[in-house]
Design a protein around this ligand. Structure first.
Ligand code: AMP
Ligand code: MG
Length: 406
C-alpha cells in the first residue's frame, strides 16, 4: 500500500513537468491559459520576461474571446446569431479567420465537425446559460424539437463574403465555435511567442485541454521529448491515487495536442451518458462508444492547434471504425497521431504517436513504481462500431447517476 502510494506520488511529480491535457470548466476560455516552460535559444527566459509574455498572451486571448464568445454581448458571434437572413455582419479578423478555417474543417470531417450547432447545444442544456447545471439528469427533448433545431443547424447556411462580412441563409441558424476556439487561441499564443522571441522558442502553452508544444522538450527527461498525459476519464471509479492519469504520449516535439472527453459537461440519464459533443447527423449527443480522444498535429500543418481541437471533437461524431479510418487518413496526409479510448476501456493508437500505458510509462521514468493499467490497448483491425459497455463502465455510469441524484 505504502509502496503503491509512493509510486503514484512519483508519477504525479513527474507529470508536473510534463503537459497535462486536462479538460476543465470552460466558462471563460482564457482562464485555463498557462505558459509552463519557456526557453529561447536553449536558455530559460527570466521569470520577468515570462510573466510579460504571459500577460501579452492573456490580452490577446481576451481580444479573441471578445470577438468569438457566443455568450458575450456584442461579440461577432452573438451578432451573427441574432442577424436576419441575408443581413451582412462585419466581423473582426479572428472571427473571419476561424470561420474560414471552419469551412475547411467542416468539409474535411464530412460535417462531423460543425460550428452551427448552437441551437442543439442549447436544446440539450450545454450552452453557458446552463453553467452549473450540466450534470443534472434530464429526459431527452421531444423529437419534434430536435428536428426543428436540426433544421437550423446547417453550417452551409453561413456565408463568408470576400469583403470580410458574414451572412446567413436562415435567420434562426446560430453558431458556436467552442469546438475549435481554444485550439485557435493556442495557435495565436504560439504565434505571439514566435514573433516576440524568434524561431528558437521551446515552450509549453495550454489553453484548457489544448496545448501547443513549441520546439523541443528542455529540462528534466528531455530525451523523452514532450510528454502529453491523457487524463483518465473514469478516474472517479478507478482505485489508487495517481489514477487521474490514463495514458501517456511521449516523444512529441513541435506539435499541437488536443483532448476531448465525455467527462465534464455531461450527465447520466436512464443508464447512459449524454455529453456536450452533439452529432450533427442525429441532433443528439454523440453515441459512438468513444469516451476520450487525443489528437496531435505537427506544427508544420497550418493552424495546428485549431486542427487538433476540431479533429478531436469530430471523432465523437462518426462510427468508431470511420473515426479510426479518418484519423489514419489524416496521419498519412498531415502526420497526425490519435489515441481513442472507448467505453469498453480499450484504446486505439493511430498514426505517428507513441502512446504508453501507465505501466509502460512508469517503467521508463520510475522503474521501481508498481502501478496498474486502466485501459487495454486494442488493434484497429479488431475495432467494431458496436462498443460493448462492460461492467466497469456500468459501475462508472451508476456512480455518476448516484452522485447527481438520479
Ligand atoms: P471540445 O471540447 O473541443 O471537444 O468541443 C466541444 C464543444 O464544441 C461543445 O461544448 C460545443 O460548444 C461545441 N460542439 C459540440 N458538438 C460539436 C460538433 N459536432 N462539432 C463542432 N463543435 C461542436
Ligand atoms: Mg475540440
Amino acid at each position: 500500500m505504502c509502496r503503491m502510494s509512493r509510486a503514484a506520488a512519483c508519477l504525479v511529480l513527474a507529470a508536473v513537468f510534463f503537459l497535462t491535457a486536462c479538460a476543465a470548466s470552460q466558462a471563460e476560455y482564457y482562464v485555463g491559459f498557462s505558459l509552463s516552460s519557456l526557453y529561447v535559444g536553449g536558455e530559460a527566459v527570466s521569470a520577468r520576461e515570462r510573466a510579460a509574455a504571459s500577460s501579452a498572451i492573456a490580452d490577446l486571448l481576451h481580444e479573441i474571446e471578445s470577438q468569438i464568445g457566443a455568450d458575450r454581448e456584442d461579440s461577432d458571434v452573438a451578432r451573427i446569431n441574432a442577424a436576419d437572413a441575408g443581413e451582412r455582419i462585419a466581423v473582426g479578423e479572428h472571427t473571419y479567420a476561424i470561420l474560414t478555417l471552419c469551412k475547411e474543417l467542416f468539409e474535411e470531417t464530412g460535417g462531423a465537425f460543425s460550428p452551427a450547432l448552437y441551437n442543439l447545444s442549447e436544446l440539450w442544456g450545454f450552452t453557458p446559460d446552463f453553467e452549473g447545471q450540466y450534470s443534472v439528469p434530464r429526459a431527452e427533448p421531444p423529437a419534434d424539437q430536435i428536428a426543428a433545431a436540426v433544421a437550423l443547424s446547417d453550417f452551409d447556411d453561413i456565408i463568408l463574403h470576400e469583403d470580410g462580412t458574414v451572412s446567413k441563409r436562415q435567420a434562426g441558424v446560430r453558431i458556436d465555435l467552442g469546438g475549435v476556439a481554444k485550439g485557435y487561441m493556442s495557435d495565436a499564443a504560439a504565434q505571439l511567442l514566435a514573433e516576440r522571441f524568434g524561431d528558437s522558442v521551446d515552450a509549453i502553452l495550454s489553453v484548457m485541454s489544448n496545448s501547443v508544444l513549441m520546439g523541443h522538450k528542455r529540462g528534466s527527461n528531455a530525451s523523452l521529448g514532450y510528454t502529453a498525459t491523457i487524463e483518465n476519464p473514469r478516474a472517479v471509479v478507478t482505485a489508487g491515487s495517481g489514477a487521474s492519469q490514463g495514458l501517456f504520449v511521449i516523444g512529441l516535439s513541435d506539435a499541437a495536442v488536443s483532448t476531448s472527453a465525455d467527462t465534464y459537461r455531461s450527465y447520466v440519464y436512464d443508464g447512459r451518458i449524454y455529453s456536450h459533443i452533439i452529432d450533427p447527423a442525429t441532433g443528439k449527443p454523440s453515441a459512438n462508444g468513444v469516451i476520450s480522444i487525443m489528437v496531435t498535429v505537427p506544427r508544420t500543418a497550418s493552424n495546428a492547434g485549431a486542427r487538433a481541437d476540431a479533429y478531436s471533437t469530430a471523432g465523437f461524431c462518426m462510427p468508431l471504425t470511420d473515426a479510426l479510418a479518418f484519423y489514419a487518413s489524416l496521419a498519412e496526409e498531415r502526420g497526425i497521431g490519435a489515441v481513442v479510448i472507448t467505453a469498453d476501456w480499450s484504446y486505439y493508437v493511430v498514426g505517428d504517436c507513441t502512446a504508453l500505458n501507465r505501466t509502460e510509462y512508469a517503467a521508463l521514468v520510475s522503474p521501481d513504481t508498481v502501478i496498474e493499467d486502466i485501459f487495454e490497448r486494442a488493434e484497429i483491425a479488431d475495432a467494431r462500431d458496436e462498443v460493448v459497455v462492460d461492467a466497469r463502465e456500468e459501475e462508472y455510469i451508476r456512480f455518476v447517476a448516484e452522485r447527481s441524484g438520479e
